[in-house]
Design a protein. Structure first.
Length: 419
């Protein structure tokens, strides 16, 4: 029970982010929670070590290196200038961000887009004097919603596609989830406009010839960074082909991230400063989160509640609700890893598996801790400019958005004839 109390304290501190006059960062709070369960013997040091997922840690390290090089070289700003040059109003800018980032996150992985997208939206906010909070929320919602519709959009979807007996996963995911995902991106735009009306009324700063596109600050590093980005795209394409035709070759996310980071580490003469300045605090957050959540799950509290109350876990509504709510507590990847075997044992079919993917992913729109990508965006923004999103900033828009998202996915999953 101690681990449950520690979790409650961690969630409360993340909500307020302050103890007296001391302002706490999310990674510090989570690290404190992990230390607390270790000190109180809720988890052994060895089990805590085993709880830390090396694939996630190495994937994030590799993509942080790529993201840092892309931003440091100026190539990221140059590319974003070219992609967003046609935006003439805030409405169009937000729509372009939502759909460009959303569709890209389905194939470049949501955490990747969170890593490389944060400096882009921070630069856009600074250039056009727009609300940083609005654009950070736009990025967070686009990354989460867009990644729903692909089996490689995020780690939990990949787990479901591989172990959930989903036939032709890319075709299946798109068939069930493409249309509702597009609708949910439009809903995100409408809610952002509803909550930030003054921002949408502002004129965008007019681009001048010298503004677009900006020159790279370090042309050599930009070329290497571009090669790294191309490597990511090529390896994702290979992964799609491998998974689609069922080849017995595991192109793991870790391999993609580390191979992409290799040119930067090997070829760049700025490798030391790039590695030094990546977002180490987010890596600490993830390691700490794995330890705390493993201790919480070992406690068995949530499993006992489900069993004692005889909750039917295989209905579409229940899958969506449980995956959205429980992802706030135990994170979406471990939730799917534990929920998936129960669904398989109960004879769940493809619609239930896709519902688990949609619910566990869209959970990221409810609260900050619902998705790793949210934490990456916030930690990255705080590190770069000091801008942030509080628990209430996020929930104010995220709660109604998530309710509408769930409703849309439920309609499309329960009424396939709608297509």
């Amino acid at each position: 029970m101690i681990s449950i109390l520690v979790l409650a304290a961690v969630l409360a501190l993340i909500a307020v982010r302050k103890v007296g006059n001391i302002k706490l960062q999310i990674w510090q709070i989570m690290l404190g929670g992990a230390i607390a369960v270790l000190v109180t013997l809720q988890i052994s040091p060895w089990d805590a070590f085993l709880a830390i997922n090396p694939d996630v840690m190495l994937f994030l390290f590799g993509m942080f290196v790529v993201g840092e090089a892309l931003e440091r070289s100026g190539y990221l700003e140059h590319l974003s200038d070219k992609l967003l040059a046609s935006a003439r109003t805030v409405d169009r800018l937000v729509l372009m961000l939502l759909f460009t980032v959303g569709i890209a996150s389905a194939f470049l992985l949501n955490d990747t887009l969170a890593i490389i997208g944060t400096p882009v939206v921070l630069a856009l906010a600074r250039r056009h004097r727009l609300s940083t909070k609005m654009l950070l929320l736009t990025l967070a919602f686009a990354v989460t919603i867009g990644s729903v519709m692909s089996p490689i959009g995020n780690p939990q979807n990949l787990l479901i596609a591989i172990k959930g007996n989903v036939p032709n996963p890319f075709v299946t995911f798109l068939m069930y989830l493409f249309v509702p995902t597009m609708i949910n991106l439009v809903i995100a735009y409408l809610l952002l406009k509803r909550f930030f009306p003054r921002e949408f009324a502002k004129p965008l700063r007019k681009e001048r010839k010298k503004d677009a596109p900006r020159k790279m600050r370090d042309p050599r590093l930009a070329r290497i960074s571009k090669a790294a980005l191309i490597l990511v795209l090529v390896m994702v394409a290979i992964k799609i082909i491998v998974v689609s035709i069922g080849l017995p070759f595991d192109m793991r996310l870790t391999y993609i991230a580390l191979i992409a980071a290799l040119p930067i580490i090997v070829l760049s003469d700025r490798r030391v400063e790039i590695v030094r300045d990546i977002d180490w605090s987010t890596l600490v957050f993830f390691a700490s989160m794995f330890v705390l959540m493993q201790a919480v799950w070992n406690d068995g509290f949530f499993q006992d509640v489900i069993e004692a109350r005889g909750i039917a876990i295989t209905g579409l509504v229940m899958i969506l609700l449980v995956s959205v709510l429980m992802s706030q507590l135990v994170s979406n990847v471990p939730l799917v890893a534990l929920y998936l075997p129960m669904l398989l044992a109960a004879g769940a079919r493809t619609p239930e598996m896709v519902a688990l993917a949609a619910g566990s992913t869209i959970a990221g729109n409810l609260f900050i801790l619902g998705a790793a990508s949210n934490v990456i965006i916030i930690q990255n923004a705080e590190k770069r400019t000091g801008d942030t999103l509080t628990f209430l900033d996020f929930a104010k828009v995220g709660v109604p958005l998530t309710l509408l998202n769930i409703l849309v996915y439920w309609l499309f999953l329960s009424l396939p004839g709608l297509f």
